[in-house]
Structures are given as structure tokens and as C-alpha cells.
Design a protein around this ligand. Structure first.
Ligand code: NAD
Length: 331
């Protein structure tokens, strides 16, 4: 295969950044952009010189000129667009969360596996040098047996005008939209979670617009390995996001954010030897997706992997609503 012909759906702030990433990458050509917002669509098409701009997704998924669809739309539309694209034989890159309903997670996983098409889920933290370095340490046994972990997405996005617009129009709850990032890190490090209980509250923050999703959800996960972890997400805090509050406590070493305390040196914290790049390493994600298509190999975060993260998150929401622990049915 020569250049992969890409159709990008959703060209808001995230999709617009992906147009640049694909255009910079010589393995791809952005053949079309699609958005339901006609004004935004035209201005992105003009800025990026993409000739084909359409508000009709069906044109893209049925076109013989498109090899792959890249999905950057509202959270609730990720799975329906992915399913339509797979049914028409297109490979798919889909932003997180893969889905906002459990049934959709299973359907995307099954469709991708029976079709042999590539699906990569946009869990970008796995491309960050800090989180990759921690993965190598965990896999190499440097932490010993990890028995407890915490991973939170706690920040003040409700106080940012731009992000607040997307929270209102595009994003699901903080736990489903952003909690996905941090549960994904824990699944990557610790393996599959098997059960979850969750607690939450609403409208307790100082933010005065209760129609915004200012909920806090805090979930306790039990992992197959025996590890226990706490995952919390809210956009209603007054502070900025701080290193995703990732902490891992193992039998040999503990990691708290970007520092490590090995037992053998008396438990003093020292900096981890990895850089964390600022912003989002989308270029690496795009390159990995294009390689999976061109070299016919498994995407780094395939439908099952990214889907199991969404299943873990959505099961926590089910536990919250049912008020009791729920078993997690990962694929
Ligand atoms: N991986 C990350 O770190 C990261 C960061 C930001 C956003 N995201 C994800 O990217 C997605 C988009 O977020 P954003 O911040 O760009 O939001 P946004 O509101 O700026 O943009 C969304 C765009 O999608 C369009 N759209 C919505 N539903 C559509 C549909 N069914 N068909 C066609 N177009 C549709 C909207 O008109 C809008 O232009 C979200 O799912 C979000 O979770 C991921």
C-alpha cells in the first residue's frame, strides 16, 4: 500500500490537531474532512487545503477513495461512527473513549476481530515518555509486586472557557471522558480489573452552572493480580491537572507522580529519569496507526485493549448507579 487515504471526522480542537499530524506524516494523505458544523468544516478545509469537505459521514464511509477513518467527534458518537466505518471495510482510529455504552464496546471489539480491519484507540498517555518509562520499570520488576495504586484526573476544566464549551457539547462525564486515561494506565501496568465499586457526588463544587457535568466519581477497582486501586475524576476542582496523580506502591519501590522511592535506598524519593513532553504526543499515535495498516500488524492499542478500558470505566458508572460492587466483564 502507498499512502493511506484518511477521512477525518470531527475537526474541533482535537480533530484539527490530527489533520496536522496526518498531513505532516508522509505515510498518509488527508483525503477528506467531515463535521456536522458547516462553518467549522469550511474554515478547517480552507486552512489545511483539504479539497473534500462534507457534513455527510456516509459519503466518507462508502467512498472507495478512503482507506481509514479517524474519529474525533462527540464521545457518544465514537462507537456508532466506528461501527459504520468497519461495516464498510475501513480501518479506524478512534479517540477515547471507545464507547459510552457497554454493548457498543463489545460490538466494536467483535467487528474489528471478525473483519481483520485495524482499530486503534486514542489513549495518548501510552505515548508519553514518562508513562512509557514507568511501564518498562513495572514490566521489568523494578517495583516488585504492585499491591496498591491511585490514578486521578482532577482539574479545573470547568473554569476554562474553551474546554467548558466542549464539556457542554462533546464530552461525556469526567469519569467516562477523562477517567478513561488514568484507568487505561492502570490496566497497562497492572493487568485486568475484575470488580469495581464507585461513589460520587454532584453539584457540590463552587461552579454555579449545575447543568454542566460537575460530578465527582471515585471508584475502587480490584485487579486479577490482587492489586487494589482508586481512580477518581472531576473537572470541578480549583487546581490544575497535576501529573494525573499517578501513584504505584510495590513491594520493592513506590512511584508517586514523577518520583520513585526504592525500599533499598531507605524510601527517599528521587526523580524518575524520564522526560514528560508537554502537550499531547499525537504524532506518535498517528505514526503507529499508519504502520499497523501499511505493515499489516496489530495496532498498539487495539479495539480489545482500548475497549476493555472503556468496559472498566462504564462498569464503574454502573456500580455507582446500582450502589453496589459490579463484576467487570472484559473481553
Ligand atoms: N486524547 C486526548 O487527550 C484528547 C484530548 C482532547 C479531546 N479528545 C477527544 O476528542 C474528541 C473531540 O474533542 P474536542 O475537544 O475536539 O471537542 P470539540 O467540541 O472541540 O470538537 C468536536 C467536533 O466534532 C463535531 N462533531 C460532533 N459530533 C459529530 C458527528 N456525529 N459527526 C460529525 N461531526 C461531529 C463537532 O461539530 C465539533 O466540531 C472527544 O471525544 C474527546 O474525548 C481527546
Amino acid at each position: 500500500m502507498g499512502q493511506v487515504q484518511i477521512g477525518i471526522v470531527g475537526v474541533g480542537s482535537n480533530g484539527r490537531a490530527f489533520v496536522d499530524c496526518y498531513q505532516k506524516n508522509e505515510k498518509a494523505r488527508v483525503a477528506a474532512v467531515c463535521d456536522t458544523d458547516e462553518g467549522r468544516l469550511q474554515s478547517v478545509a480552507n486552512e489545511t487545503s483539504v479539497q473534500w469537505a462534507t457534513t455527510d459521514l456516509n459519503e466518507l464511509v462508502t467512498s472507495a477513495d478512503i482507506d481509514a477513518i479517524s474519529v474525533h467527534t462527540a464521545d457518544a458518537s465514537h462507537a456508532p461512527i466506528t461501527i459504520a466505518a468497519l461495516r464498510h471495510g475501513k480501518h479506524v482510529f478512534v479517540e477515547k473513549p471507545l464507547a459510552t455504552k457497554l454493548d457498543d464496546c463489545y460490538e466494536v471489539i467483535d467487528l474489528s476481530e471478525t473483519s481483520g480491519l485495524k482499530v486503534q484507540v486514542g489513549l495518548v498517555l501510552r505515548f508519553d515518555p514518562l508513562f512509557r518509562g514507568i511501564k518498562q520499570m513495572v514490566a521489568g520488576g523494578e517495583l516488585g509486586q504492585v499491591f496498591y495504586a491511585e490514578a486521578d484526573y482532577i482539574c479545573n476544566y470547568l473554569f476554562h472557557d474553551e474546554v467548558r464549551k466542549a464539556i457542554r457539547s462533546t464530552y461525556d462525564t469526567a469519569f467516562v471522558n477523562a477517567g478513561t486515561h488514568v484507568l487505561d494506565l492502570l490496566r497497562w501496568y497492572l493487568g485486568e480489573p475484575v470488580e469495581v465499586q464507585a461513589y460520587g457526588n454532584q453539584r457540590m463544587s463552587s461552579w454555579p452552572q449545575p447543568e454542566l457535568k460537575d460530578d465527582l466519581v471515585c471508584a475502587i477497582y480490584k485487579f486479577e493480580s490482587g492489586a487494589v486501586a482508586k481512580v477518581a475524576a472531576t473537572w470541578a476542582a480549583t487546581c490544575q491537572l497535576a501529573y494525573y496523580n499517578l501513584s504505584l506502591f510495590g513491594s520493592k519501590s513506590s512511584i508517586v507522580r514523577d518520583r520513585i522511592a526504592p525500599a533499598e535506598t531507605g524510601g527517599e524519593f528521587e526523580p524518575l529519569p524520564f522526560d514528560r513532553i508537554s502537550g499531547h504526543p499525537y504524532d506518535g499515535e498517528v505514526d503507529a496507526f499508519l504502520d499497523a495498516i501499511i505493515e499489516d500488524k496489530q495496532p498498539v492499542i487495539d479495539a480489545r485493549d482500548g475497549g476493555n478500558t472503556s468496559i472498566g470505566v462504564l462498569t464503574a458508572m454502573a456500580a455507582l448507579h446500582q450502589g453496589k460492587p459490579v463484576k467487570i466483564q472484559t473481553r
